[in-house]
Design a protein around this ligand. Sequence first.
Ligand SMILES: Nc1ncnc2c1ncn2[C@@H]1O[C@H](COP(=O)(O)OP(=O)(O)OP(=O)(O)O)[C@@H](O)[C@H]1O
Length: 261
Amino acid sequence: MNEQHVLSVEDLRMKYNGRYVLNGIDLEVKRGEMIGYIGPNGAGKSTTVKILLGLIEGYTGDVRIFGQNIADGDVEYKRRIGYVPEVAELYEQLTPAEYLTFIGELYGLSYEDADYKAKRLMDCFGLEKSYHSRIASFSKGMRQKVLLISALLHDPDLLFLDEPLSGLDANSVMVVKEILSQLSAKGTTIFYSSHIMDVVEKISSRIVLIAEGRVVADGTFKQLQEQSMEGSLEEVFNELTGFNEHRAIAERFVSIVQEVQ
Ligand SMILES: Nc1ncnc2c1ncn2[C@@H]1O[C@H](COP(=O)(O)OP(=O)(O)OP(=O)(O)O)[C@@H](O)[C@H]1O
């Protein structure tokens, strides 16, 4: 097994109701890479990630994680993966203590280890006093922090994040960005899906842009800039996805909003 290639995707295709949403994705991801996985709404980002996590079947193509074909029925690889989903499905009636020890045990930690680690990670986020409060009473940012802790508790080798900064205040954003770069520097492979282009631009070692279920750009931010001759990642994104109508769409929208009845 080649541990350098943490993730390898070959000709990945997926269709829903007869319509292809992934049209042959190819990707090789090495240990410690921080991939910014971006694309317009509906491009197929979540579908790709859900396939990689083993949550969706019915695809064609070859997906290998840590060298193992994920379709071979052995789910052992999932123990080495962490996932921060876009929509937090936390168990509202539980406390972080209950929820995080439950998740920790699912990943093979002992109750005591999970509890000890979770408590200290909560403390890092300034949430030590809320460790035994119900998640139902938490703000959006507090929930997001619990979600991040739950994805990292077992120190995964491969981490998938979908809009992980959503709801976090500016200080917490700095902390989480720093956590991700330190993890990546220590060998954790990170797959970061987000629409916040300036963050993706800054933290990714490599950016993969998909549109209509295909990889349309793959490289460092610098390489993408050179390819499209644009400045910021937002501009590169607009250019590579052929979008230059923001003003016209906004004008039309505002004129409809302000129509006199
Ligand atoms: N369960 C489903 N059934 C049918 N179509 C689906 C299903 N899930 C996703 N799709 C379709 O697949 C396409 C890709 O969706 P996906 O959620 O992967 O996009 P995305 O790139 O993550 O978009 P966003 O940026 O809006 O989150 C869309 O056209 C969507 O309508």
